[in-house]
Design a protein around this ligand. Structure first.
Ligand SMILES: Nc1ncnc2c1ncn2[C@@H]1O[C@H](COP(=O)(O)OP(=O)(O)OP(=O)(O)O)[C@@H](O)[C@H]1O
Length: 344
């Protein structure tokens, strides 16, 4: 396991940032479109060569101080959202490709990797016979079979069907343990599930860096926009589709794979899915929780209300009618169909 340090100064693209990853750790990089995330990954991989690049992997200097190591000599694997498998080779041959190029004739390591990503049953198929999720598993196996020092993932789950994502995330979680990794993602759940640290990048600068949970659960204001202000609530599963938060509040949601009671889980829901009431609403909604308004912020035509740590967007007319102000006791209701539950 090795450390990674990268400084990327690319004035033409408005990028001037620095990242460091501890040996064996995963850093997730989140930020809006055009923030410079891919530029950083491509510079580390050696596919982009700005004048101000400094990349060090362990003791090896890959770029900077007059040094420029070619991409194929870096021991850095880059995987994007498109698996880019060789169409004329079988799955096994795809995974064995890098090994063969390094003089390994036997396919045993390729088969071991196919097993690790749960793709051994497709070993003799061609890429055209795989679903997007299956192909991406094979691409992960191919990238890791050569045991790269550093793994770079650029939105690896972004192109997949929503049903395929949890399983792929689990595969990544297993194979990335103890690997020095930079993961670019737009999904805070990927960061929460896979990363030790999170860097928020905006306009070519790191604006927030820290432990993944801390950065995601306590975003700074600029980050609110980048994350679309999603509510991210951690807790413990108390049923296949129900989560209990540490403060005792409970949320019922929709889980793609049923949660195991007792294990950690995360609920995500948009502020627009949260309704605010002065009196407890009747009817059927199962997610009705008491809260105290902490802040009310006008944003264009809507009001963003923060109440007991959760965000709700209401129209300005509704905010006025409800007379929302800090300290006010309210009820929040959230439809279970709008709450996404994932294991953490
Ligand atoms: N090939 C290129 N040539 C010139 N400018 C580029 C090129 N690729 C990206 N840029 C510019 O560099 C800046 C950073 O882009 P980059 O692709 O690194 O952002 P990103 O954070 O990865 O965005 P996204 O989430 O949209 O992929 C942007 O202003 C972009 O327009």
């Amino acid at each position: 396991m090795v450390t990674l340090e990268a400084r990327v100064r690319d004035p033409e693209r408005g990028v001037a940032l620095e990242i460091a990853v501890r040996a064996g750790a995963t850093l997730a990089v989140l930020g809006p479109n055009g923030a410079g995330k891919s530029t950083v990954l491509r510079t580390i991989a050696g596919l982009h060569r700005p004048a101000g690049a400094h990349v060090r992997v362990g003791e090896r200097l890959l770029a900077g101080d007059g040094t420029w190591v070619a991409p194929h000599r870096r021991s850095v694997a880059l995987l994007g959202q498109d698996p880019r498998l060789f169409p004329h080779l079988t799955v096994r041959e795809n995974v064995a490709f890098g090994l063969r190029a390094r003089g390994r004739a036997d396919t045993a390591p390729a088969d071991r990797w196919l097993e690790r990503v749960g793709a051994q049953q497709w070993a003799d198929r061609r890429p055209a016979e795989l679903s997007g999720g299956q192909a991406q598993r094979v691409a992960i196996a191919r990238a890791l079979a050569v045991e790269p020092d550093v793994v770079l993932l650029d939105e690896p789950l972004a192109a997949l069907d929503v049903e395929a994502v949890p399983e792929l995330r689990r595969v990544l979680r297993q194979v990335l343990a103890d690997r020095t990794t930079v993961l670019v993602t737009h999904d805070p759940l990927d960061a929460l599930a896979l990363a030790d640290e999170v860097a928020i990048v905006e306009a070519g600068r790191v604006v927030h860096l820290g432990a993944a949970r801390h950065v995601l659960l306590h975003p700074r204001s600029a980050f609110g926009a980048a994350l679309a202000g999603v509510n991210l609530v951690e807790g413990v599963a108390v049923g296949p589709d129900r989560l209990r938060v540490a403060d005792g509040r409970e949320l019922t949601g929709t889980a793609l794979t049923p949660l195991s009671p007792g294990s950690g889980a995360t609920a995500t829901f948009a502020p627009t899915a949260v309704a605010v009431h002065r009196v407890r609403p009747g009817g059927s909604p199962r997610n009705v929780v008491p809260a105290v308004v902490a802040a009310v912020e006008l944003r264009g035509g809507t009001c963003r209300v923060e109440a007991s740590g959760w965000l709700a967007d209401v129209t300005t007319a509704a905010a006025a009618e409800l007379d929302l102000e800090p300290g006010r006791d309210v009820w929040l209701s959230i439809k279970a169909t709008e709450v996404r539950l994932d294991p953490t």
